[in-house]
Design a binder for this molecule. Structure first.
Ligand code: NAP
Length: 481
């Protein structure tokens, strides 16, 4: 059994307490490694090493930093298959998905911010009366990056890359459930020549390690992706210390299907937006709103396609869904299916735990599930489930679709399917969501702002927004003499 270590000051070291947690492979239900459960003493060390590294890292040229980030990207890319295997083993997601999405995107994150930081310019504002305002941006110092289990290296790198590219030093924590690719990132950083202390990766639980990061007085900003409840807890700790906060939280995304859409394209994409990564993507459309005129046609075709999806061993190329992240999460998702039935819903497909033969017989697998017959305001349609469960809700008018779409506390993402661009844009304009896709899903340009409204978050990541978050602007106003 492998024992993971923290990566602090460029070295792999054990947690000071000597405490470890089991790491499970969701597809088998077996423990395969032990990961540190670090506490505030480890975070103190990480902050100390990051603080010592900051002077040099913040003062080397942007080009130098960019080169090192490209080296990190090269390092991950050269071990793409290996990293994909680690990610699939930790999360239960199909290996094919880790190979085609997770790890390539982690590489792209490093490359994108390595380049984007070079183009992030100081602004000059001339007032026309003889004074010039120069807005310079300086890195914050030591920042904390905390990421969830569903897209482990993808989201960890989405935070770390802009933080480092803009000259900060980082104390990062991956989820205790999926520590392995973050652990291996330490090796990549050593090989890439990242100076000691610039990136520190500390493993452990949210309660011990995460809270030690958010409460540490020397950590100037927290970039967090995870659940809305955890976001609240973090805000309570970090806000009184006036830390900068970027919170990317939960969602309950509507997928609005109008009768005039391209039916086949919509259906293929809706299968993906419902069940990719076992529905464990914050951007999955979990409430499918369907215009009355095509409700039955859509329902029957969607059920048929869903029943044809193979839930199986993540290592198997034919598997479209793998295992859910943990036994506890599987039980939570099943509880929502039971709740939906109590609330009057009809399970049209799936609804149950499923078992896979041989090596995966104790894994956390579940059938992709479709439920209809529920009111838009019931708990099943209001709370985030974060699993392979979607509901169907009919609507008859644009106004009704908008009202249902906006009826939850969340506002992360939405998808609209229509052949009428005016209507689609009109609806998009009224939806409370940080991103709205029209006739597509999960199409991302990393220069665009990414984040949620309402309980889905505070602030935006991506492109300039991320570089603005990780820097402090200073206005220098000079009158010409
Ligand atoms: P989570 O339980 O909130 O955990 C997220 C991270 O925070 C983990 O590293 C966790 O550590 C840590 N953490 C937990 N309690 C903490 C505390 N008190 N202080 C500091 N850190 C703490 O979320 P999750 O279950 O991993 O992820 C699923 C959620 O993430 C869903 O709600 C999903 O919608 C959301 N998500 C949002 C986005 C987005 O971009 N908006 C993207 C992906 C996922 P441990 O895991 O070690 O406890």
């Amino acid at each position: 059994m492998e024992t993971l270590a923290n990566y602090i000051n460029g070295e792999f070291i054990p947690p000071k307490s000597g405490n470890y947690m089991d790491v499970y492979e969701p597809a088998t239900g077996q423990v395969y490694a032990k990961t540190p459960d670090s506490n505030s003493a480890d975070i103190d060390d990480a902050v100390q090493s990051a603080t010592a590294a900051f002077e040099t890292w913040s003062n080397i040229s942007r080009n130098e930093r960019s080169k090192i980030l490209h080296e990190i990207a090269n390092g991950i890319e050269s071990r793409m298959d290996e990293f994909a295997e680690y990610e699939s083993r930790d999360t239960g997601k199909p290996l094919e998905l880790a190979k085609s999405v997770d790890i390539p995107r982690a590489v792209t994150n490093f490359r994108f911010f390595a380049d984007h930081a070079l183009e992030f310019e100081t602004e000059s504002i001339l007032d026309g009366n003889g004074s010039i305002n120069k807005v310079v941006r300086k890195p914050l110092g030591v920042v904390g990056c905390i990421s969830p289990w569903n897209l482990p290296l993808y989201l960890f790198s989405w935070k770390i890359a802009p933080a480092l590219a803009s000259g900060n030093c980082v104390v990062g924590k991956p989820s205790e459930l999926t520590p392995y690719t973050a652990f291996k990132l330490g090796e990549i950083c050593q090989e890439a020549g990242l100076p000691k202390g610039v990136l520190n990766i500390v493993h452990g639980s949210g309660q011990n390690t995460g809270s030690a990061i958010t409460s540490h007085p020397e950590i100037k900003a927290i970039s967090f992706t995870g659940g809305t409840k955890t976001g609240e807890t973090i805000s309570r700790t970090a806000a009184p210390q006036f830390k900068k906060l970027s919170l990317e939280l939960g969602g309950k995304n509507p997928n609005i299907i109008f009768a005039d859409c391209d039916f086949d394209t919509m259906l293929t994409s809706t299968i993906k937006s419902s069940f990719s990564n076992q529905g464990e993507i914050c951007l999955c459309g979990s409430r499918i709103l369907v215009e009355d005129a095509i409700y039955e046609k859509f329902r029957d075709a969607f059920v048929e396609k869903t029943n044809a999806l193979i839930v199986g061993d993540p290592n198997d190329d034919t598997s479209k869904l793998g295992a859910l992240i943990s036994k506890e999460h599987l039980e939570k998702v099943l509880t929502y299916v039971a709740l939906a039935k109590e609330e009057g819903g009809t399970v049209l497909a799936g609804g149950k735990k499923t078992s896979i033969n041989d090596r995966c017989e104790n894994g956390y697998f579940m059938e992709p599930t479709i439920i209809d017959g529920l009111s838009a305001d019931c708990r099943t349609n209001q709370e985030e489930i974060f699993g392979p469960v979607v509901t169907l809700i009919p609507f008859s008018t644009e106004a009704e679709a908008v009202a249902i779409a906006n009826s939850t506390d969340y506002g992360l993402a939405a998808t609209i399917w229509s052949g009428n661009p005016d209507k689609a844009n009109r609806v998009a304009d009224q939806i409370d969501a940080g991103i709205v896709w029209i006739n597509c899903w999960m199409v991302r340009d990393l220069r665009t702002p990414f984040g949620g409204m309402k309980s889905s978050g505070v602030g935006r990541e991506g492109g300039d927004e991320a570089l603005r978050f990780f820097t402090e602007p200073k206005n220098i106003c000079m009158r010409e003499v």
